[in-house]
Design a protein around this ligand. Structure first.
Ligand SMILES: [Mg+2]
Length: 205
């Protein structure tokens, strides 16, 4: 029964966050660097030197298919994938009081692998959506996207969605696009920034 005493605001659905996995909450970079340096001895990569989202662009002898193969191998051994920040589970538990959290990922791992990783790492979420391509994320229709890849930010910001870009060496951030985004795109240096951006209702309309 709907009573007249319930404020309109309380009847509204919670805003939805689309939460990316690879590079946003799951630290694949550490594993990528290990495998790439092992297999391509001339690469000499560090995590800081992963300045391209497509790592094959950094290693001349590596093909796209080989890099995808490495990502697949990392997800096959998902129990070795750490968190981008150890405070993420606690921050998401806190954020979940005010938002619905949809994990929206294009990761090459299987549903079972990714879901088990989320379980092991105590990631709070309401819905799991496994898309084929990064570009499909925009169809999720979330209110706020949290992602490490600037290309995703660009795609969803034009749809009038808010985006928090987690700054990583490979994010490929375009400052000019941010300036023109009318605050739709904000950059978080760390997960503490993500928490600050979400909790004080700064992104809410
Ligand atoms: Mg990502």
């Amino acid at each position: 029964m709907v009573t007249k005493d319930v404020p309109i605001e309380a009847q509204q659905a919670k805003k939805v966050i689309a939460l990316d996995v690879d590079g946003t909450i799951a630290d694949l970079a550490t594993q990528i660097v290990k495998i790439v340096n092992d297999r391509y001895p001339d690469a000499h990569l560090t995590v800081e030197q992963l300045t391209k989202y497509h790592v094959e662009d950094l290693v001349p002898s590596m093909t796209r298919a080989e890099f995808i193969g490495i990502l697949k191998e990392i997800w096959d051994n998902y129990k070795h994938i750490g968190l981008v920040d150890n405070s993420i589970p606690a921050i998401l538990r806190e954020v979940h009081k005010d938002y619905e959290i949809h994990v929206v990922t294009a990761a090459v791992g299987t549903d079972d692998q990714i879901k088990d990783w989320l379980r092991i790492n105590n990631i709070t979420y309401d819905k799991f959506v496994h898309v084929k391509h990064q570009a499909d994320k925009q169809n999720e229709g979330a209110d706020i996207y949290v992602d490490d890849y600037f290309a995703v930010a660009k795609q969803v910001a034009v749809l009038d969605k808010n985006v928090i870009v987690i700054k990583q060496p490979w994010s490929e951030i375009d400052e000019q696009v941010i300036l023109n985004s009318h605050n739709k795109i904000v950059v978080a240096q760390t997960w503490v920034d993500v928490r600050e951006l979400l909790l004080p209702k700064m992104l809410r309309k």
